[in-house]
Design a binder for this molecule. Sequence first.
Ligand code: AMP
Length: 143
Amino acid sequence: MNVAAILKLKGREVLTAPPDTSLFEIAELLSEHRIGCIVIAEPDGKVSGIVSERDIVREIANVGASVLKEPVESYMTKSVVSCRESDTMDRLMGEMTAHRFRHMPVVDRGRLIGLVSIGDVVRMRIAEAEMEAAAMREYIATG
Ligand code: AMP
């Protein structure tokens, strides 16, 4: 199972925001869309960073609530680790575990084409395990 299979199920829509969006506006977007992370992209679609709820909580604790007025580009993670459609779920799980993050943008020739979260990976893994168990039951019953 690879990233393409996940995108086929969940779709390719990714919520992005420009680098000058305030942290408060980012928090509003996270809440409105019930998500944990937003990709920060330039108007031409180039990914310039990623910000998650953890970044906002950390900066409120470090700086105080006044930080919410600041632009996200000052607090986002700039070295984004992305994946490709051909990557396997095992590779994704390895990267997420090694880097301790829960989201990975999917990129094709420099363009953002999707976003996979740890939740998507877990859902796929469960579906895969259920399919295997059903096939095994049928094999035993008919074999
Ligand atoms: P998360 O677990 O995804 O909420 O993110 C935890 C931390 O990792 C935050 O500082 C994020 O900005 C950062 N982060 C999340 N996803 C990525 C990614 N794909 N590449 C680099 N940093 C990331």
